[in-house]
Design a protein around this ligand. Structure first.
Ligand code: HEC
Ligand code: HEC
Length: 189
């Protein structure tokens, strides 16, 4: 009996190891842009290592099923199966989140901090590293990438499903939203 349980446990373990190894070659194609362990070298390409699995999975599925606009990613995920999407999300979620703090002028940071405290911190945490379950970490995410994303949430011709995030961005001017992005980008752990 014990031997059987042990054998089953080993099967389970080797099964998991195989799944992780299977997804490696596909992940290498992602790393070409997103960096090893999902730590991007910038500026318009986001880091994805250590983001919540549910967030990674949701975003990729939305692209695949045309529920979310994108400039680059939509066509890249079209050929992936749902299982591959889930495995890739699990693969990147298990790495640590590595913020890359980017300096910015003090006046801009002060402006950004005020916007964040008033309108963003509730969902993202005061420095972007303590988000709600459906939001990604954005402390030390690339500033240029975030500025572009914020304009997508603002643009009515761009399909972005998250209503509350769109509302939050549209309540602010582009300059205020950009200052908030610079503030989040300047944060470390
Ligand atoms: C040619 C470069 C390139 C490749 C290859 C690439 N990506 Fe991306 N990725 C981007 C860009 C640029 C964005 C920003 C959104 C956009 O413009 O589509 C992005 C955004 C993302 C996001 C959203 C991150 C966030 O914080 O919202 C995820 C998740 C993602 N990519 C996963 C992947 C995975 C998984 C692969 C491999 C199957 C991959 N990417 C391959 C360039 C790339
Ligand atoms: C009601 C909660 C909420 C509020 C308020 C909010 N956000 Fe978000 N934010 C989210 C969620 C959830 C997402 C992911 C949405 C999605 O799936 O498209 C997100 C996404 C983002 C992204 C894109 C991150 C990425 O990796 O693609 C940025 C940048 C951002 N928020 C900045 C802000 C700023 C700046 C403010 C304040 C002006 C703000 N958010 C207010 C919940 C919120």
């Amino acid at each position: 009996m014990h031997k059987l349980l042990l054998a089953l446990a080993m099967l389970g373990l080797t099964g998991q190891a195989a799944a992780a190894a299977d997804i490696e070659p596909l992940a290498m194609t992602c790393n070409a842009c997103h960096g090893v362990r999902g730590v991007s070298a910038g500026e318009t390409i986001p880091s994805i290592g250590g983001l919540p699995k549910t967030y990674l999975q949701t975003v990729m599925r939305q692209w695949k099923y045309d529920e979310r606009s994108s400039i680059t990613m939509g066509r890249l995920v079209k050929g992936l199966s749902d299982d591959e999407i889930n495995a890739l999300a699990a693969y990147y979620a298990k790495f640590p989140w590595v913020p890359v703090p980017q300096p910015a002028p003090a006046a801009k940071l002060a402006k950004g901090r005020a916007v964040v405290a008033a309108d963003c911190a509730d969902c993202h945490g005061p420095r972007g590293g303590d988000p709600d379950i459906d939001a990604p970490k954005i402390n030390g995410q690339w500033a240029k990438y975030m500025e572009l994303e914020l304009e997508k949430y603002r643009d009515k011709d761009f399909t972005m499903p998250h209503r509350k995030m769109k509302k939050a961005v549209r309540a602010r001017t582009p300059a205020e939203a950009a200052a908030a992005a610079r503030y989040f980008a300047a944060q470390g752990r």
